[in-house]
Design a protein. Structure first.
Length: 179
């Protein structure tokens, strides 16, 4: 929980600095995250303590040049490396994305179900319901979950709507046991 709070402070600071310099930090960090996710070697260099700060910064500088990252993004990541806080980068990027989404007036979430894909009309109904209930535009991704027998589970930020058969059976079981 402490790391989460620290990451949120860094994220807000980076975004405010980006706003001052008219730089879209969130977009740059998403681009950087995509590269990290595609390269285990880069991930190892940045996050394992086997490499020195100088080695990490040298590799990162090359990646930053190829991605055309702003000086601000480059300096922010190098600062995290120098302060031995680079391990917080994934949490910081997650917080940056959440804050940026809030600023844009939408939120991200998932729909879980047993089918391979969800009916687009049904997904649209769920998004419409959430928009009415929460007052912001939801962007939902569908994930197949083999642990769900039937129905759906929707998670958006702290809100979870569980309309799965498994949940309904569990609630029924609990109501019988408590009587």
């Amino acid at each position: 929980m402490k790391d989460q709070s620290i990451a949120k402070v860094y994220a807000k600071s980076f975004l405010e600095l980006g706003d001052d310099k008219k730089i879209k930090i969130a977009d740059e960090m998403i681009k950087f995250t995509e590269v990290i996710n595609k390269s285990n070697d880069l991930e190892n260099v940045l996050f394992l303590d086997v490499f020195t700060s100088e080695e990490k910064k040298a590799i990162f500088s090359e990646v930053a040049k190829k991605l055309n990252l702003s000086d601000l993004s480059t300096q922010a990541v190098q600062y995290l490396i120098d302060e031995k806080r680079i391990g917080l980068l994934p949490l910081i990027i997650k917080e940056i994305i959440v804050i940026d989404d809030e600023r844009k007036g939408f939120m991200r979430g998932t729909i879980e179900g047993s089918e391979i894909q969800i009916d687009p009309a049904f997904k649209s109904k769920i998004e419409s319901f959430l928009k009415t209930k929460l007052g912001r535009e939801p962007h939902l991704d569908y994930v197949q979950n083999n642990k769900i027998s039937a129905g759906y589970k929707v998670t958006v930020e702290d809100l979870q709507l569980d309309a799965s058969l498994d949940n309904q059976l569990e609630q029924f079981k609990q109501s019988i046991l408590t009587e």
